[in-house]
Design a protein around this ligand. Sequence first.
Ligand code: SF4
Length: 656
Amino acid sequence: MIHLVNMPYGSLTCPSPALGLIKSSLTQAGLDSRVFNLIFDFARLMGQDGYEMISLFKGTKTQVGEWLFAEQAWGRSFGPSEEWFLDQFERELSQKEGLIKRPQIPDMKSWLMKLRHDVIPSYLWQCLTRLETAGDLEVVGFSCSLFQTVSSLALGRLIKQEHPETKLVYGGACFHDVMGEELIKKVPWIDAVSTGEADDVVVPLFHALSSGRAPSELQGILYRDDQEIVSGPASHPVSTEVFESIPDPDYSDFFLDAGRVGLLDDYRWRKRICLAFESSRGCWWGEKQHCTFCGLNGKDIAFRAKSPERVYRTLANYERLYPDSICEATDNNLPENYLDTLIPKLKSDPPRPGMKIFYEVKSNMAREQIRAMSDAGMVYIQPGIESLSTHLLKLMHKGVSAIQNLYFLKCCREFGIFAFWNNLLRIPGERPQDYAKMASMIPSIYHLNPPYGGCIKIECQRFSPYFLGQAKGIKSLRPSPWYEAVFPPDLIDLERVAYFFDAVWEETLDDGAYREVMTATRSWLASWMERPQLPKLVMHRREDGSLAVEDTRDSANDGILIGTGSGTGDCTGDCISERSCKEWKLDDIEAAIYSAIRDPASAGKAAFKVSNVAGITLEREEARHHLRHLVEMGLAVEENGVFLGLALDENFKEIS
Ligand code: SF4
């Protein structure tokens, strides 16, 4: 039997798609395999909350999850002192207050030291015993996504020590390209690595290793032959035909292992289960214009998508095998043609009514497309919003404007979609006014989905245009400092294994320039996380043609001035504090104009709509005058002559 291993910090609620895929490919080829989700055993030893905190944490100076396993992986201490490292970790963790749930651990440092020195050594022996008990250790495969590498190396080292004849093969995002080349060269217990997409070589690879042959001439595979490292042909992205034909991942072992630790009976765990499915690889937008910070696609950005029918069958299959799970696409960007194919099909014939599906999407979508996503069960998405400044978006090559992003967020709120996004800072070429403008706008958009990822400075990732020198902005680079604490620098060339780099940036601002937008974002997030009800700005149509705009964006305590109540709109005076209007009343003309900018429109287009829909004749300049008042009142925004009303339709759908 082939042993496939899922080590910390793989997710406790989402099975590894890579291992599930390898297992089903091997099964199809008649090879017996088992995925061992040793993540559950570790979570049981350290507590589920502690495990999840560590797996979600990513610092710039520390990476505590990898560090915990480093001593066991390399058999020695190295790098900065434990005291220093843990101080830095505490500092970085406190900066993520509210974004990562901190477990109830009175003395975090002592707890981490105990894990590193006592718990992990015995955990690794337990892992070995589990693998041995299941069958002879002929071939063991590890798939390493971010922050799974050192734990996998630590277990590999122990396996090799106890079973020198066992073949160990590693792959996954952390072994792509030179990262895998460096690790097989320097880590003697690794027998083979896959340095790229391996769908069409996975069966011959495991077949060769389990029958004692060299896995030679397989694209993207490097293997050890005595002390020599032998390379197959260079890795290349698999073709669309191969991609379409690969089987669905087999997640059965994940549920068996979850059952072993009693999670199947835990309702809270069950309702968080996400099953990854893959409908495309690469990125159709990145192929045209690669976002400057993005290293997500590795070297394989070429876009390939499965047919909508194939994806529908996968979702139906998941529902049959693992009912009631959330289905999460691993795609970097929803394929454009699915808006006309897969999504209508999911709406008209859902594998299960109410099935929830997650996708990452590009944010310049039309209202009807966003509605269609909601109708198809896509009520949790990750749009590539990244900023609410058109200048910054241009610098990042996002191909979208601030007003399009705001419109997207407004439509998501109207159709009950939760959008997870980050507000990115430190963009080469940025100007103070980019952030000042964003900060001043935030109080007027409290009712829209805030960036739950917070405000984060962009980092330099391997394979990104910044890293490759294809985008301007970097003077010099070095691996992020935490690599020195998890890979011994005297053995491993950190430049070749690192994915995250510390850069000396050019044309960026001092931290002070971000302060205002960070403070405003924190209040915005708090208004969503802490208030009993989400903030609202909602239009209510009256029979006389007027509009009442219900406004709970401000809270009495925030003290943020949203509107002045002056101009053509009136504050009704029914206020929850002196400075916060609760309802705005717009007369019939104002109401007609406001309705005309429900979708983004210029003053001319708004005037045209007003005369067409409400039969009121308005000159463009007159319309512009009214629109500017609405902007001053905080009920609309303007960018380059295009206006957008911020209020939601009264029939908006609550986020569930
Ligand atoms: S950030 Fe998203 S849209 Fe941009 S290149 Fe990367 S995957 Fe594509």
